[in-house]
Design a protein. Structure first.
Length: 278
């Protein structure tokens, strides 16, 4: 059950962090939302397809951002902060995670995941180096929510919204002192998993197969149609996947700032990197 909790946690991270590139999808985009001629927010989108199409187009143009994540799983919590360059030609991400009292660093460069583990865990990797690495396509890489470096930009999440989401509420509001459009979206878990495909562990797929499970997502877009906050309540998803009591209440909040600002992510020095098993 502990392994399952970790696996489902990986799925939660994948759902929470997934995204990137300029994949705008096939939405018609007939409704425009953003700033109008007077500087106020214009009309809201009425369906998830148009919303995802327009917002992912904007993230594809901006390419870079800083982000933070706050994730709670029962009594446990994880906080993370980092930045990403989501140019599909050279995607790269750097992130620092705080899990309880432990701190872990991650960099994703050239389809390789580099992890600097806390001392409490580094001995278990079998490497004497401060950093270890694994392929982003390995099971470990996928469970860490980093199947590819380009899955840390919101447009991939928006792709899931486009295929599996339904807008249930929309409004013009203010977030952190700035005008924003706010959307409440119901996501069909099985449809979302179909989009994610091989990113999801087979154990999870077997658990949720045939179950009618949805989960709520909320998205705030700024006046430039760029995501500034995304929240998810993944409790029903975790329960459907068989997560044990105490790990079946998961909430995630992502925040994004500095869209379009330069980001420089480099792999650690080669002599400081060992190899972690796939």
């Amino acid at each position: 059950m502990k392994k399952l909790a970790l696996t489902v946690g990986g799925l939660a991270l994948t759902v929470a962090l997934t995204a990137c590139g300029a994949k705008a999808g096939n939405g018609t985009g007939n409704t425009a939302a953003g700033t109008n001629a007077t500087g106020g927010m214009s009309a809201l989108f009425s369906n998830a397809q148009d919303l995802a199409h327009a917002a992912s187009s904007k993230t594809g143009q901006a390419k870079t951002a800083k982000f933070s994540m706050d994730m709670s799983m029962g009594a446990q919590s994880m906080k993370a902060q980092g930045s990403g360059d989501f140019d599909p030609a050279k995607p790269a991400v750097q992130m620092t995670m705080n899990i309880g009292e432990m701190t872990e660093e991650m960099r994703i460069v050239d389809n390789t995941v580099y992890i600097k583990l806390p001392k409490e865990l580094s001995a278990k990797t079998g490497s004497s180096k401060p950093w270890v690495k694994t392929s982003a396509d390995s099971m470990m890489g996928k469970q860490l929510g980093a199947g590819k470096a380009d899955q840390n930009d919101p447009s991939k999440m928006l792709e899931k919204v486009q295929q599996a989401g339904t807008i249930t509420k929309s409004e013009q509001t203010v977030l952190d002192g700035q005008p924003a459009t706010h959307y409440v979206i119901t996501v069909d878990l099985n449809k979302a998993v179909q989009v994610m495909g091989s990113e999801v562990d087979k154990t999870v797929l077997d658990k949720i197969a045939g179950k009618n499970v949805t989960f709520p997502m909320e998205i705030w877009l700024n006046s430039d149609m760029l995501p500034v906050q995304i929240t998810e309540d993944l409790g029903d998803m975790m329960k459907a996947a068989g997560a044990p009591a105490g790990t079946d209440q998961v909430k995630v909040t992502m925040k994004y700032t500095d869209w379009g600002a330069p980001v420089d992510v480099q792999a650690p020095p080669a002599d400081q990197v060992g190899t972690m098993g796939n």
